[in-house]
Design a protein around this ligand. Structure first.
Ligand SMILES: [Zn+2]
Length: 290
């Protein structure tokens, strides 16, 4: 099993190539040498069944692994029953589309702390993810993994430890480790080979190597501010901020892990995903063509 690399949504290069529809993305990604695609439902689950099935068919033909990003409006850490019901509604709607597409992973944000302690927010989110997993199983989505994501703003729940704790609530939960977010919320501390090794070791300790090695991932360089954390996504060409993608690619190859790495660069997701795949293959001792 190999690590897969792909894009979050449709990069600028896709439109520059004269393509318009997401169902053209899987074939285009394959031509580019990539093998994963994360469909974005961050602003709502609005995609219809026919479109979703067409994307799924194209992905199956092109050998592209599909995941889906659930709406940003979820807040698993908010204990209000109304909010919990809305979160469940969004996640179930995302799973329905994932089923139409044949996507096997749904990424879910972990929520805002608001005026509570981190501990209280985490306790609410743990209960929420356990319930979400249960509801999704009941609806027949047992084979679709829910992936709580590490978040980039300091006032959000979702550092690595919190996300790993959430994932201990059920087997059907897999971390979405967004290394750009972790870099931003740590104000640049989580960068470089030692930090990468520490994070991957932490995942093994909490989840065991079998689960940890299959993790879901987002990667981009991210600008941050000292008070808030995440400010904006950058491209790999922009040198002012990190994290450096090389140590992760090398660590994945050295460990023989096979995660799915989704690049969230600002417009250059395909170019930067290919950069990562190249670094990974070089570390494996292969070339992109081989
Ligand atoms: Zn996200």
């Amino acid at each position: 099993m190999r690590a897969r690399f792909g894009t979050a949504g449709n990069p600028e290069g896709f439109y520059a190539a004269g393509k318009k529809q997401s169902k053209q993305m899987p074939g285009w990604l394959r031509e580019r040498g990539l093998d994963a695609y994360e469909y974005q439902c961050g602003k709502g689950v609005t995609v219809g069944e026919a479109t979703a099935r067409a994307i799924g068919q194209a992905a199956a033909q092109a050998g592209i692994a599909l995941s889906l990003h659930a709406p940003y409006f979820v807040n698993p850490a908010n204990p209000e029953p109304d909010s919990q019901a809305k979160t469940a509604g969004y996640v179930l709607a995302a799973c329905r589309v994932a089923r139409w597409m044949g996507a096997d992973r749904v990424v879910v944000h972990t929520g805002a702390i608001q005026k509570r302690t981190r501990q209280a927010a985490l306790a609410t989110a743990r209960q929420c993810f356990r319930t979400l997993r249960h509801r999704c199983d009941e609806e027949g989505y047992q084979d679709i993994l829910l992936c709580p994501e590490t978040m980039g703003k300091i006032n959000q729940l979702g550092d690595l430890e919190e996300v790993l704790t959430l994932c201990t609530e059920a087997e059907g939960l897999l971390p979405c480790v967004d290394f750009g977010h972790l870099y931003a919320r740590s104000l640049g501390a989580l960068d470089g080979p030692e930090a990468v090794e520490r994070m991957l070791d932490q995942m093994v300790r909490e989840l065991g190597v079998a689960r940890a090695s299959q993790f879901h991932s987002h990667f981009s360089k991210i600008a941050y501010t000292p008070r808030g954390g995440e400010a904006r996504h950058l491209t790999f060409d922009q040198p002012d901020f990190g994290p450096d993608p090389a140590p992760l690619c090398e660590a994945l190859a050295r460990r023989g892990w096979s995660p799915r790495v989704i690049c969230e660069s600002a417009g250059t997701q395909d170019v930067d995903a290919l950069w990562m795949k190249g670094a990974y293959l070089r570390a494996l001792g292969e070339t992109a063509e081989g």
